[in-house]
Design a protein around this ligand. Structure first.
Ligand SMILES: Cc1cc2nc3c(=O)[nH]c(=O)nc-3n(C[C@H](O)[C@H](O)[C@H](O)COP(=O)(O)O)c2cc1C
Length: 208
């Protein structure tokens, strides 16, 4: 049993089936390095994307997934907790148990739509619905191109409700040399939003 007091505030991280699984996996690693507890939700489609885009194939069983993520990120026991698609008893499913911040990274247009309309048909959608109703921090990292009017309208709806739409659109002004540099560009923006210190890259106006 983990002593949760040894971790910084928990953050919910949901990976859905948009391209860019690397962003979500790197975010988990950075939160672990910053000593936060991470509550992880991974959709079925996200598992397919992870297998397609990375050399990793993560188990779907929540306990085995927690262990696999713990091993790859060097997390302490209990620092990463994974929950199944319909685990309605998970802390994230209720305002009384959910962390104060949730990031959906990457966010598919399907999940974007479900969150904007309050579908709550799986634990990711429910956790986001809880974040919205409780006026907590919700960051969505959509990836699609081009966007349809449906996608744009859902993003506008969500931003008006207080969610942050942080598209997976890395800049080039920091002269990225590697794929990791581009991934870190987005992850740094997410950590900035969460108010979590990092050394991934200097902020604009800071010396390099
Ligand atoms: C390899 C792969 C890449 C995909 N890329 C995207 C994408 O960039 N954006 C998107 O919205 N959907 C993408 N999809 C489709 C979603 O995975 C699909 O709509 C799925 O139903 C989303 O389910 P989820 O939101 O429950 O994860 C991709 C699917 C696969 C297999």
């Amino acid at each position: 049993m983990a002593d949760e007091a040894m971790f910084e505030a928990p953050v919910t991280v949901a990976l859905t089936g948009a391209s860019g699984a690397q962003y979500g996996l790197r975010l988990i690693d950075c939160l672990v390095a910053a000593r936060h507890q991470v509550l992880v939700l991974i959709s079925k489609a996200a598992h397919m994307v992870i297998a397609t885009e990375t050399d990793e194939s993560l188990p779907s069983n929540p306990e085995r997934l927690s262990e696999a993520l713990r091993e790859r990120s060097g997390a302490a026991p209990g620092q990463i907790r994974c929950f199944a698609r319909e685990d309605w008893m998970a802390p994230v499913a209720s305002g009384s148990g959910a962390p104060s911040a949730m990031v959906i990274c990457p966010c598919s247009t399907g999940t974007l739509s479900a969150v904007a309309t309050g579908a709550s048909n799986n634990l990711i959608e429910r956790a986001a619905d809880v974040a919205l109703k409780e006026r907590r921090q919700l960051i969505l990292v959509p990836r699609e191109t081009p966007f349809s009017a449906i996608h744009l309208e859902h993003m506008l709806t969500l931003t008006r409700m207080g969610a942050v739409i942080l598209p997976a659109a890395p800049g080039f002004y920091h002269r990225p040399q590697t794929l990791d540099d581009m991934i870190d560009f987005i992850v740094a923006r997410i950590l900035n939003q969460l108010g979590i210190a990092h050394a991934l890259m200097p902020r604009w106006g800071e010396a390099t």
